[in-house]
Ligand binder design. Structure first.
Ligand SMILES: [Ca+2]
Ligand SMILES: [Ca+2]
Ligand SMILES: [Ca+2]
Ligand SMILES: [Ca+2]
Length: 442
């Protein structure tokens, strides 16, 4: 019985990690599109820009849009200018864009102006309700019991973060937390010097980040297949600065026969070792690496886990996609799986958490334009490893010998396509004046 369970866990890990591995290997080759995109940004903006109200839109942009550069929420409706412009496509100058006497910030009003997908999902423990939201979607808990929670997600596939080099800003305390390091993400000594040298002379967080991405893309190699497929650092338990124990039960013996604990630590478990050896594993340890590097240069960074909106491996989920009429969106959703059961990062840039996904090294590390997955956990480093493990398994109850597995810690129940409301021509015209950051339709 036990052996069967270990085998299933092992296969599950291989299954998830192998997809990450394929993506990372694929991405080792051309990151020129990414480089070009951001080089262009720096050519367009040779100096860092001012953002007086810290809403993420620089003063010049606000002048262009007609919004107030001294107020994050020009029309006082509870939605920041940035989100009205980049995500909701409501009018940042009208508290009630469609004139129905309900302010734009009300849940049902926000998605009337953009093409969205409504997803209802059931999520098992452990979860952190605060982690459910992202730039690409909003999330609302519909109901909860002791074991699971039902969440309504409104996904904005056309949302696009506006990213320009801004003058450095102060971070709010809730964000500062993501600058702290621990044994996994700590970088010291020569490695720290190497990393700090990389960002010398950078004028903005964006510039620092681009240099770090470039450094990882050019220098870090997947150490070997077995490492890539096993995410060994998740199997270590840490207490303060020490390894307290290793979750040996969880690992197949084969793994430990081939690798000593020291070599696992040295090569792929701790960010310090990864930098020294220029090695990395699959998505989980690369996310740890990125978190360590960003924190070292003063950019708040966190590790995220996501699950796919739909999976073509599951016939019931394919059926759910029948509701999607937009062919492009449908195809994306189908092909987004199951690799989006995935770990990546969010960086705090220009006043917002922005996706930083290392598997799209070619052009979309930052600000990936279409979301196929839903975030459901933010992790602060080591908590991350432990929680992931408990998400896959249930600790044995008293008297029970072995761990139980929970493969389906989440389940998507429905997927509904929502088109923007048909607005009178007058409203549309006014909206379209605001250019590409405003009004999109399907
Ligand atoms: Ca601003
Ligand atoms: Ca503003
Ligand atoms: Ca507003
Ligand atoms: Ca508004």
């Amino acid at each position: 019985m036990e052996l069967r369970i270990y085998l299933r866990i092992f296969c599950f890990t291989i299954f998830i990690s192998s997809i990450c591995f394929v993506q990372i290997t694929y991405c080792q080759h051309g990151y020129s599109a990414f480089q070009k995109k951001y080089q262009k940004i720096f050519i367009n903006y040779p100096e860092t820009l001012e953002d007086n109200d810290g809403d993420g839109l620089d003063n010049k942009k606000e002048l262009q849009l007609g919004t107030n550069p001294y107020s994050a929420d020009s029309d006082g409706d509870g939605l920041d200018d940035y989100f009205e412009v980049c995500k909701y496509h409501t009018d940042p100058l009208m508290a009630d864009s469609d004139g129905d006497d309900i302010p734009d910030s009300v849940w049902s009003e926000r998605y009337e102006h953009a093409y969205t997908i409504k997803v209802i999902a059931e999520i098992g423990k452990p979860y952190d309700i605060k982690s459910f939201e992202s730039f690409f979607f909003d999330a609302k808990v519909i109901s909860a019991d002791n074991e699971k929670v039902f969440v309504e997600y409104i996904v904005y596939p056309l949302a696009e973060a506006y990213i320009v080099p801004l003058k450095p800003q102060k971070y709010p305390p809730s964000v500062k937390r993501y600058l702290e390091t621990d044994i996994v993400t700590k970088i010291e000594g020569e490695s720290l010097k190497e990393v700090l040298k990389l960002v010398e002379g950078s004028k903005s967080d964006l510039e620092k980040l681009i240099r770090i991405i470039d450094y990882v893309a050019k220098n870090f190699k997947l150490k070997d297949k077995l490492f890539a497929l096993s995410e060994p650092f998740m199997e270590f338990y840490f207490e303060k600065d020490k390894i307290s124990h290793i979750h040996q039960n969880w690992s197949p013996e084969e793994f430990y026969r081939r690798y000593s604990i020291d070599s696992i630590l040295e090569l792929n478990c701790l960010v310090q070792g990864m930098i020294k050896n220029k090695s990395k594993g699959a998505c989980g340890s690369t996310a740890a690496l990125m978190a360590g590097l960003c924190k070292a240069v003063g950019i708040p960074c966190r590790i995220k886990q996501s699950f796919p909106i739909a999976t073509n491996k599951d016939i019931n989920q394919v059926k759910l996609l029948e509701n999607i009429k937009n062919i492009k969106v449908k195809e994306k959703l189908k092909d987004g799986v199951p690799g989006d059961n995935h770990f990546f990062n969010e960086v705090y840039l220009n006043g917002h958490w922005i996706d930083l996904d290392h598997y799209r090294i070619s052009d979309n590390w930052l600000n990936r334009p279409f979301l196929k997955s839903i975030h459901f956990n933010n992790w602060h480093d080591v908590d991350f490893a432990h929680q992931w493990e408990s998400w896959c398994t249930i600790s044995p109850k008293k008297g029970e010998q072995s761990l139980k597995i929970r493969y389906k810690a989440y389940r998507v129940i429905s997927i509904i396509e929502q088109k923007p409301k048909e607005f009178p021509l007058q409203i549309r015209k006014k909206a379209e004046k605001r250019g590409r950051f405003y009004f999109f339709s399907s």
